[in-house]
Structure formats: C-alpha cells, structure tokens
Design a protein. Structure first.
Length: 208
C-alpha cells in the first residue's frame, strides 16, 4: 500500500522569464511532466496574458494526482487572421508546428483564456482545427457551449468543423489574481471527469 504523495518530475523553464508575469514562465516554454496525460496551454506572457493563474492551476492539478505538462505559446497574443476585428493590438495569433505536435500527444488539453469572448472563442477554434485532443476551456468571461458551436467548434454535445472538441468550461478565472479554492476544486473535478469519460470511450472502442 502506498503512503503519502505520489512523486512527479517536471522539467520546467525554457530560459529566464521576460515581461509581466514572465518570471513564472517564458513564451515558448514547455514544462514537460514525466507523464503528460494533460497539457495546460497558456497564452504568451505579457500585459494581456499573465501566467500566474495558469501556474497555480497546474500546481493544484499536480497536487491532486493529475499528470500535467504546461506549454506557454510563443505567438499566443492577438487573434487568428479569420477572427472578427474588434480593436486590440493587431497581433496575429498562431501556433508553431512544434506546438501542434506537442498538443496532439496528451489525452486532454486545458486552454487558458481571458476576458474578451469574441477573441478567445476564435483562438479555441484555431487550436482545435489543428489539435484533435479534447479540451477544457478556462476563462474569465462567461461563455457557453453554444458560443463555440455557433462558430463551428465541436463540443461534447455537437459535432462541428474542428478535429478537437470542447468537453467542459470553467469561467470566472481572473487574470493577474489568485484562483479561489472553490474554482480550483471545480477545475480539478471537471478535468478528472473528462479523463474518466475519455478512458471509458477508449475502452468501449477497444471492445467493439
């Protein structure tokens, strides 16, 4: 019988952190866990995307027995080229081929976004067009499965144009701020439920 915590090994930090919040993780960093069952994806560090909540959430998941790697996107600012233009700083959001390859490896990805719904729902669509892995979306702004479905994103309720699908959502994650324990508990619960459901689907596919 095992006693105490399960040890996890994480190789973290690409280099010295840069920018606001960058002391936690630099853009382009892949903090690779020993087992990457889940990869938490953060947008690039900066004034719009601060990784503080991302690292808190990742640490909580690891402490609760979930094997999580963490990827900080190199070009995670801005919006995709095909998203509606509604102000902003004009930077084009994108994924590097290396990042696409990393994100297609785990069982589940966690996508951390902010407070501008009209921006991040198109980021999710862009990512899930290239990544076939199911996703849990974390954000500050309230958002629904229907918001994603209306722009063609696949969800656990409706097949859309994307290879990957949104399987759950947790809103109310405030940028720059610590995450309340109730929200951490909700995230851990939804991630574990998603992993169990994916394992059940895989088992059923093997049987048939």
């Amino acid at each position: 019988m095992a006693v105490g915590r399960e040890k996890q090994l994480v190789a973290c930090r690409k280099g010295q952190g840069l920018g606001l919040g960058g002391g936690l993780a630099q853009r382009g960093t892949f903090a690779k866990a020993w087992k990457n069952d889940v990869i938490a994806v953060a947008m690039s560090p900066g004034y719009r995307h601060v990784p503080k909540p991302v690292c808190e959430i990742t640490t909580e998941l690891r402490g609760r027995g979930v094997n999580v790697g963490e990827l900080i996107l190199n070009a995670g600012d801005g919006t995709p080229a095909d998203a509606p233009r509604s102000g902003g700083h004009g930077v084009a959001f994108g994924l590097e081929q290396r990042e696409v390859e990393i994100l297609n490896q785990p069982k589940l990805i966690i996508l951390h976004h902010g407070n501008v719904k009209v921006h991040f729902i198109y980021k999710v669509r862009f990512i899930l067009r290239k990544v076939k892995v199911p996703a849990v979306v974390l954000c500050q702004s309230p958002v629904s499965f229907e918001d994603f479905e209306e722009i063609g994103v696949s969800t656990k309720y409706k097949k859309g144009e994307t290879a990957g699908k949104v399987v759950d959502i947790v809103d109310g994650i405030v940028r720059h701020e610590s995450v309340p324990q109730a929200k951490l508990d909700e995230i851990v619960s939804k991630v574990k439920i998603a992993l169990r459901e994916l394992a059940a689907e895989e088992h059923e596919q093997v049987r048939t």
